[in-house]
Design a protein around this ligand. Structure first.
Ligand SMILES: Cc1cc2nc3c(=O)[nH]c(=O)nc-3n(C[C@H](O)[C@H](O)[C@H](O)COP(=O)(O)OP(=O)(O)OC[C@H]3O[C@@H](n4cnc5c(N)ncnc54)[C@H](O)[C@@H]3O)c2cc1C
Length: 326
């Protein structure tokens, strides 16, 4: 039996562990390296909605992949009932270019109110079934599913990986050396420091988190011309954002976030929580060429990443594909 290592325990790494737990693959040992010593997981800093967003098949490779990912995710939720994933409605609203918008969202219906949030009359709102994810709950649930596997979770930062005869040698910042047969790298935006192929760049995303907000509504996600309000009814937390900035660091551009707040406030009849009470959360995601996620093999090392804005809908689909190749 062979040994496997995984670098990174965000949604990609944990979906892989979950897919392995569901598969018939046997490893004598699986070691997961994950550390926030120099990096941080984007998956815990994500608005984490899975919705089709008007994507239809047959128009682009990426659109088709997103739809396949969505199908995989839907059947996972239906069959496995994971903790931290909630069925919600995604409301998407537009004021301008309505003709184009209605082509993308043909099944739209007008909505004017979501709990205490009242939308201005001129906004056309479409609805779709979607999933809201509480990253902490869902990521912990995925981790718990590995209890039957011979997994060792190492809180260690990997500083080098290299070929050593038929094996891969992994070194950590505490000078530990581990040799494994196979390695999968799911280090998110930090894959770029290792990859043999140059693919993507890190893109910063940030949003406000408002606590103790009671909207008197079920959980929902509302997108108004690119700006989002996500309401977690189970924790009474409202997320608002998010920005998309071509920056390789996590220091947020506060002005950009304030503009999101202003734009949303202008589209509502009701007032939003005070800006002063919003905590800023920032994540780094990896945008690969043509926004397309990648999964490829280089000798005994697999690379999975470039999940960009679709990490939660695509990870399991790609992980299942990867397990088939191990
Ligand atoms: C503001 C924002 C909103 C978003 N909204 C959505 C959304 O609505 N829906 C959606 O599907 N996606 C969304 N995304 C995207 C999604 O969050 C990401 O695609 C996803 O989290 C990426 O997951 P990952 O596992 O690839 O990377 P990460 O979650 O970043 O995990 C990588 C892990 O690897 C670790 N690591 C890296 N290098 C090393 C090393 N050398 N040694 C040890 N550990 C290492 C890191 O510390 C981290 O823990 C959003 C992202 C942001 C920032």
């Amino acid at each position: 039996m062979t040994t496997l290592a995984i670098i990174g325990a965000g949604i990609a790494g944990r979906s892989l562990i979950y897919a392995l737990a569901k598969s018939k693959k046997n490893f004598s040992k699986i070691i997961v390296f994950d550390s926030d010593q120099f990096t941080q997981a984007c998956s815990f800093r994500s608005t984490a909605i899975v919705a089709p967003r008007g994507v239809s098949s047959g128009h682009s490779d990426l659109g088709d992949l997103i739809l396949k990912g969505l199908e995989t995710f839907q059947s996972h939720i239906k069959n496995d009932h994971p903790n931290g994933v909630f069925n919600i409605t995604q409301y998407t609203g537009a004021v301008s270019k309505l003709e184009m918008f209605k082509k993308r969202y043909p099944d739209g219906e007008g909505v004017t109110q979501l709990g205490s949030i009242i939308l201005k009359n001129e906004i056309y709102v479409a609805q779709e079934s979607a999933y809201l994810i509480d990253p902490k709950l869902y990521l912990n649930w995925l981790k718990d599913q590995s209890h039957k596997l011979p997994v060792e979770w190492k809180n260690a930062f990997v500083t080098s990986i290299k070929k050593n005869q038929d094996l891969t040698e992994i070194k950590t910042s505490s000078n530990e050396t581990v040799l494994v047969d196979q390695l999968v790298v799911t280090g998110g935006a930090y894959n770029r420091f290792w990859q043999p192929r140059t693919f993507g760049k890190p893109i910063q995303g940030s949003y406000f988190e408002f606590h103790d907000v009671d909207l008197g509504a079920e959980s929902f996600s509302l997108t108004l011309e690119g700006d989002n309000i996500v309401y977690h009814a189970h924790t009474k937390i409202m997320l608002m954002g998010s920005t998309t900035l071509d920056l390789g660091h996590v220091l947020p551009e506060r002005q950009e976030l304030d503009r999101v707040y202003e734009r949303l406030a202008q589209k509502l009849e009701t007032s939003l929580p005070s800006l002063k009470t919003g905590q800023v959360i920032t994540g780094l995601r990896e945008k690969a060429a043509k926004r397309r996620p990648y999964l490829y093999r280089d000798n005994n090392i697999f690379w999975l990443g470039g999940l960009y804005k679709n990490g939660f809908s695509l990870s399991l689909h790609l992980a299942q594909d990867l397990v088939g190749q191990l």
